[in-house]
Design a protein around this ligand. Structure first.
Ligand code: ATP
Ligand code: MG
Length: 271
């Protein structure tokens, strides 16, 4: 029997990617100050997702809630089905979460390579027990991490400075060291807080290319806080806009840039 060929309409949309991060109704207060009010955000696997908004909108505070530094008073945050608000912060890396900070936090008294190697243990109890009872396998693991760190430094154009102190590097390279440190944890979701802050035009273009390669080559989903709208437009699949701790709008970069509140924030006047 010959089956008829299945016809697919020319304008058929691919099925949506699965949700990786689901932030629902998150509210955060410090005393009388409402920093986040019922914020919702969905990041799908494989996306580069932008998070934008004016200064003080609550972008870093939301990152701090996702990464366990702040504990919101209401709402839920799920990563690939795991309830992050029920998880102690030191276990979040083991669940596939890594981040960089708005202002790089690097130890100037040691080398770039040692900085990258710091903070990559995922604090899984079984691994720690294994290190005590099987020192040889612990050494092999240490060696593997070191090799991986050096491969990532090469991938990011930093291998020539692996032995230098981060303080001797230009600002753009210091920011990349932090990014490599986060990548070494093999995250599913990478939170980048203003990675283009303080970078000149050509450095922003290189950074955009690197973030895209990280997504494509390593399968890492990226949530990116940025004021640089050129970077947001060129690399994001979706963008979420926050202002004064509240959801404003979401959509593609082109869509959100047509929203009056975004025009007001970034161009100084509504249409
Ligand atoms: N630990 C804290 N204690 C009190 N207030 C805080 C704390 N952390 C953040 N805030 C306040 O929350 C608000 C949002 O700050 P946040 O740093 O999240 O903004 P942002 O969107 O990241 O801004 P920017 O673009 O300038 O980095 C600000 O009013 C800030 O002062
Ligand atoms: Mg911030």
């Amino acid at each position: 029997m010959v089956l008829p060929a299945l016809s697919v309409p020319a304008d058929a949309q691919p099925p949506p990617r699965p949700e990786l991060l689901a932030v629902r109704g998150v509210s955060l207060r410090f005393g009388g100050l409402a920093v986040l009010s019922t914020v919702d955000l969905t990041v799908r696997a494989g996306e580069i997702h932008g998070l934008v908004g004016p200064n003080g909108a609550g972008k870093t505070s939301l990152f701090n809630c996702i990464s366990g530094l702040y504990r919101p008073q209401a709402g839920s945050i799920n990563l690939d089905g795991a309830d992050l608000l029920r998880c102690p912060p030191h276990r979040l890396a083991g669940l596939g979460l890594a981040r960089t900070f708005q202002h790089p936090i690097l130890d100037q008294h040691t080398s770039v390579l040692e900085n990258v190697l710091t903070g990559t243990y995922t604090c899984q109890d079984s691994a720690a027990v294994g290190r005590v009872f099987h020192p040889r396998s612990a050494l092999r693991e240490k060696d593997r991490r070191r090799q991986k760190a050096r491969a990532l430094l090469a991938y990011s154009g930093l291998i020539d400075v692996e032995d230098q102190s981060p303080g001797t590097l230009p600002h753009a390279e210091q920011k990349r060291v932090e990014l490599v440190r986060a990548l070494l944890a093999e995250p599913k979701l990478l939170l980048l807080d203003e990675p283009a802050g303080g970078l000149v035009h050509s450095e922003v273009d290189e950074l955009g290319e690197l973030i895209r390669r990280i997504r494509d080559d390593h399968g890492v989903t990226v949530l990116l806080v940025e004021h640089h709208m050129g970077l947001i437009s060129s690399i994001t699949d979706h963008v979420h806009v926050l202002a004064e701790g509240r959801n404003v709008t979401a959509g593609t970069a082109a869509e959100v840039q047509r929203h009056p509140a975004v025009i007001e924030s970034y161009l100084g006047s509504a249409p």
